[in-house]
Design a protein around this ligand. Sequence first.
Ligand code: PAF
Length: 316
Amino acid sequence: MPITVVQTKAELRAEIARLLAEHAGRRGSGASLGLVDPLAPRASLGLVPTMGALHDGHRRLAKAAVAANDVVVASIFVNPLQFGDPTDLERYPRTLDADAALLEGVGVDLVFAPSVDEMYPGGDPLVRVTAGRLAEKWEGASRPGHFDGVLTVVAKLFHLAMPGPVAGQPAAFRAYFGQKDAQQLAIVRRMVRDLDFPVDVVGVPIVRAADGLALSSRNQFLSDEERDAALVLSRALLLVDARAAAHEPLMPDDAVALIESQPGVELDYFDVVDPDTLEPLAFACRETPFTGEALAIVAARVGDVRLIDNMPLKAR
Ligand code: PAF
């Protein structure tokens, strides 16, 4: 069956309820008759929030959602609240037909592609979710207000997609985010914890091209030469990853020097941080044999394109 694309909040809610009920009926557990089987697994809904321009990284997110849930909905909404620069918002690729085809190909059931008016009917919302201290550093430092915009739309999407009970039992609700946007993932997790959203946030690992470049909608703006230069970011991450694996001191300054030696790449930050708080590891942890877990993060400008990447570090 071709994938259903809906544009309004009312259609989204109705379709989610219909799909979950249909699924319960197919399971034939008596659920369609309203009978509750206490041993039957709970019905589950997976939400994959996106801004479209989907690539293999999103494909992996959607596949993870499809593998674990009865019904999967993906949202495609280029959220104006998270763009500081109006030119950036304007030039963000809008490729709904290709996106819907990709999602259909991996078995997503429903696409929610609302207009800006549908999401923010009275114009920009007055009341927003704020990310606080977690948004002051790294990406937040160069994109003021970005994470408040992300959290506000994600909170709305959680409310809109949250499934009601199916056959008398609460349904499981999971939302899928890429680990590539590590700060976004940490901040969304924190919002869910601090504001008690009944949703499990699932982080899905980065997908890389064969040459190591992390997939991103922005890669299409790189020339061949810029793309080659950008590979220094994953090389720098691999440098500290190899040291972490070998219980060696991480010495992140070596990775910084490597990136700074690459013509055409302007480093914004490279650091090793705690994966939850995003606070840099204490100086001592960088200079002594590495134990435990951390996250190496990097952002740089290559030509006109700002790229981010990261790698979980683990002593193995
Ligand atoms: O990661 C993205 O694509 C966006 O920030 C998100 C989570 C869909 C919110 O607009």
